[in-house]
Design a protein around this ligand. Structure first.
Ligand code: PLP
Length: 428
């Protein structure tokens, strides 16, 4: 039996798993299997008809992944989770589970570049319109809403803008309208708890801080179980009208006896079944290893990043430091309201613009120059020419990426070594 606790430090080690019943193994086994022996033809038929829950095929579920799902749901305070092959798949599925061609969602402009591309181009090509709004005024979400709006979307601590999103304010606009807020909490695991502020769904790229060691791409969708999908059926047709692929099942009714899990069940048995993109069990194992030490690591990422932000603010080459501790006005109030720590990301601008940025990155020795965040190692990148390069100049500015912006993902090395590398690269 798994240990119950309300503390993330304990849940990260114990939720969802105690020991293997047949061997006593304590570490979560890697169930590297595609399929599962059915007990009888009747058992097989019941599983396929969802009359009984159990393992069918690893595209849809896997026991290693199930431990990670239960653990993440417990830590986040949700009722269920679905792991997928990447953070991108988590973002895409979180929307495709509610919106289809002809529908729209309203999204914050402050997004990771890959999410921006998904929204502005690929979802658009699929007939799902994404209406981008500036989250500085939460009312912008209401203004962009119409009868076809199925969800609101935002990043808690947007990569790389780092201006904290007004979660409660926007969730409160959506709830009476039957519109859930989906929050990408990738840059702030354990530091922000979106469900406590009214978000309905949380997504993560587990590739980042949760895995934490730069080894495995993965993503997860977590259902808060706190949203009444049936209250306004016309608003959420995919969960409230018969699903032809399950003999006319209406998801909000079909799974009612099991709890408030209509959203996350549909994501698994419809989207994962049809579109694929499961998390590989080996990656789930690696991500579980990372998750076990996340509470310790994230605190140290925060401490080191805080010191880096302060150091950069005192350097003459730096014109601006982007970090929640440097926010002012409403942005400062939001950082204080929603975060218990400021995270491991620090942005800054150099007086010499793009050229100075390229020179700085080229001179780094300890920091890796890579397209990732949330690794135990320190990382740096110039978003305008890489992660956000496919955006127009205007869209880059909307996402917080100026020509001279350099993004650091501050790692767990000793702070003296981190600052020494930054100092020599700034002077190069
Ligand atoms: N969300 C955020 C905030 C990210 O920073 C990223 C990747 O950088 C993603 C989602 C996509 O995650 P993945 O690379 O695991 O697909």
């Amino acid at each position: 039996m798994a240990i119950k606790s309300r503390h993330p430090e304990t849940l990260a080690l114990h939720a969802g798993w105690r020991a293997d019943e047949s061997t006593g193994a304590v570490a979560v086994p890697i169930y590297q299997t595609t399929s599962y022996q059915f007990k009888s033809p009747e058992h097989a038929a019941n599983l396929f008809a969802l009359k009984e829950f159990g393992n069918i095929y690893t595209r849809i579920m896997n026991p290693t992944n199930a431990v990670l799902e239960e653990r993440l749901a417990a830590i986040e305070g949700g009722v269920g989770a679905l792991t997928v092959g990447s953070g991108q798949a988590a973002s895409a599925f979180s929307i495709q589970n509610l919106a289809r061609a002809g529908d729209n969602i309203v999204s914050s402009t402050d997004l990771y570049g890959g999410t921006w591309n998904l929204f502005a181009n690929t979802l658009k090509d699929q007939g799902i319109e994404v209406r981008f709004v500036d989250p500085a005024d939460p009312e912008n979400f209401r203004r962009a809403t119409d009868d076809k709006t199925r969800a609101y979307y935002a990043e808690t601590l947007p990569n790389p803008k780092l201006t904290v999103f007004p979660i409660a304010e926007v969730a409160a606009i959506g709830r009476p309208l039957g519109i859930p807020l989906i929050v990408d909490n990738t840059a702030a695991p354990l530091l922000a708890r979106p469900f406590d502020h009214g978000a309905a769904i949380v997504v993560y790229s587990t590739t980042k801080y949760i895995g934490g060691h730069g080894t495995s791409i993965g993503g997860v969708i977590i259902d808060g179980g706190n949203f009444d999908w049936a209250a306004n059926p016309a608003r959420q047709p995919l969960l409230n009208t018969p699903d032809n692929s399950y003999h006319g099942a209406i998801w909000t009714e079909a799974v009612k006896p099991l709890g408030p899990i209509a959203y996350i069940i549909r994501a698994r048995v419809v989207l994962l079944r049809d579109l694929g993109a499961p998390l590989a069990p080996f990656n789930a194992f690696q991500i579980i290893q990372g998750l076990e030490t996340l509470p310790l690591r994230i605190a140290q990422h925060c401490r080191n990043a805080e010191a880096v932000a302060k150091f950069l603010s005192e350097r003459p080459e730096v014109t601006k430091v982007i970090h929640p501790s440097f926010a002012t006005g409403a942005a400062k109030a939001r950082a204080e309201k929603y975060l218990t720590g400021n995270g491991g990301l620090v942005g800054f601008e150099l007086a010499g613009g793009r050229e100075a940025g390229a020179k700085f990155i080229g001179a780094l020795q300890l920091f890796y120059h890579v397209a990732n965040i949330g690794d135990a190692r320190s990382l740096a990148i110039h978003p305008a020419s890489t992660t956000h390069s496919q955006l127009s100049a205007e869209d880059q500015i909307a996402t917080g990426v100026s020509e001279g912006y350099v993004r650091l993902s501050v790692g767990l090395e000793h702070i003296e070594d981190i600052l020494e590398d930054l100092a020599q690269a700034l002077s190069a």
